[in-house]
Design a protein around this ligand. Structure first.
Ligand code: SF4
Length: 79
């Protein structure tokens, strides 16, 4: 549970695990960046290996807005 955050290049991404419902849309879109853990909730794997646009697109897929993305200017770009 709780929130986990990573900075990947110019992006800051937060997973709100209290909101995550574990359908895995983000994992499907960016399997090198996200995975479902033992609790069935999204967590980071190696998001640095995924290109920026794919990361953003994967975060946009989240049906419950559990993934938040900020750009280099600190502007929220997802959701
Ligand atoms: S898409 Fe959203 S709800 Fe689905 S696993 Fe990823 S973070 Fe959780």
């Amino acid at each position: 549970m709780g929130e986990i955050e990573r900075t990947i290049g110019e992006l800051r991404i937060k997973i709100d695990r209290d909101l995550c419902v574990g359908f895995g849309d983000c994992v499907e879109q960016a399997p090198d960046a996200f995975r479902l853990d033992d609790e069935g909730l999204a967590t980071f794997t190696n998001p640095e290996s995924t290109e920026r646009d794919r990361l953003v697109a994967a975060c946009e897929e989240c049906p419950v807005d559990a993934l938040t993305v900020w750009n280099a200017e600190g502007e929220q770009i997802v959701p």
